[in-house]
Design a binder for this molecule. Structure first.
Ligand code: 13P
Ligand code: SF4
Length: 305
């Protein structure tokens, strides 16, 4: 089937079935272009929580679709690429977190949204990279575990040294691949050009950056900047929106390794397929969902305030 026919079929089915398509900033350009909402993990969770659609087609990875189901249990949530996972989310399990809590009673557990429903059910509050600083700062606890992203945790610890959070040993395999030497090389080639990175990068890379933020914070920073050129240290999918929003600005990816293969699994054909068949539905055990809802909803509340 030709691209134009796929797109019009998707639009038709979306209307007929009252479906909404949510896409993460790292999705391929064609997916971002047909989505109703493109955003970071926080924005997509907020949209999932308030949508009045009957079906949510989530173009992203598994934990994102699962979060949508946790927040909107009466909606049908479909994940077009059912094998799109997040290797960082798999670096912690509910069982391992329960064992940690037993050994460390009284610890407040903060979970990055890049985690399974079972892990969210075991934590006190979730965060995304957009609101992590604000939420951790608001916590009245001197014993905090941050899981699973040690790099984001490290970034928060540096910004909020009085919190001294203990860090789980997880990381994003995509952002971790960027080496500090790559920052030095690109700075040499392009003196004076800002380097913007995601906090999932290794601390040695974050240390060398001019700006650190979530995907939506990076987009806003560049949109509002007078500079005409940027070096971008996050997954390459973000370049699509950056180029659409900033026609006269120039972007260079910090490293060719900045590609998340899981985020690239979703195709237009997959979206059309799930809209037609309603296959790949995401379900969450109700007992786990209720507990995970508490952590996610607390995040949304603290994020607003
Ligand atoms: P944000 O879009 O929330 O910054 O998340 C980045 C990411 O790695 C999602 O998997
Ligand atoms: Fe997971 Fe990293 Fe891919 Fe995001 S970019 S889905 S954190 S592996």
């Amino acid at each position: 089937m030709e691209i134009n026919s796929i797109v019009s079929e998707i639009k038709k089915l979306k209307r007929e079935k009252n479906a909404v398509i949510l896409a993460h900033n790292y999705q391929i350009p064609e997916i971002q272009d047909i989505a109703d909402i493109v955003g970071d993990s926080l924005k997509l969770s907020e949209e999932a929580a308030k949508t009045d659609a009957d079906i949510i087609v989530f173009c992203g990875v598994h934990f994102m679709a699962e979060s949508a189901k946790i927040l909107s249990p009466t909606k049908k949530v479909l994940l077009p690429a059912i094998d799109a996972g997040c290797p960082m989310a798999d670096m912690i399990t509910g069982e391992k977190l329960r064992a940690y809590k037993e050994e460390n009673p009284g610890t407040t557990v903060v979970c990055y949204v890049n985690s399974s429903a079972e892990v969210k059910a075991e934590c006190d509050v979730c965060v995304t990279s957009s609101n992590a600083l604000k939420i951790v700062e608001s916590l009245d606890s001197d014993k905090i575990l941050f899981a699973p992203d040690r790099n984001l945790g490290n970034y928060i610890n540096k910004k909020l040294p009085n919190k001294k959070m203990e860090l789980w040993n997880g990381f994003c395999i995509t952002h971790e691949r960027v080496k500090p030497e790559e920052v030095a090389i690109v700075r040499n080639k392009k003196p004076g050009v800002q380097v913007v990175v995601h906090p999932e990068c290794n601390p040695a890379v974050v240390e060398l950056a001019d700006f650190v933020g979530s995907t939506s914070q990076i987009l806003a920073h560049i949109r509002n900047s007078e500079d005409k050129e940027f070096i971008v240290g996050t997954e390459m999918g973000i370049l699509h929106t950056l180029r659409k929003e900033n026609l006269y600005k120039k972007f260079t990816l910090l490293s060719p390794a900045l590609i998340c293969y899981n985020m690239k699994k979703t195709s237009l054909e997959d979206v059309l397929h799930v809209l037609k068949t309603e296959e790949n539905e995401i379900t969450v055990d109700e007992e786990i969902r209720e507990k995970a809802y508490h952590s996610l909803n607390r995040m949304l509340e603290l994020s607003k305030g």
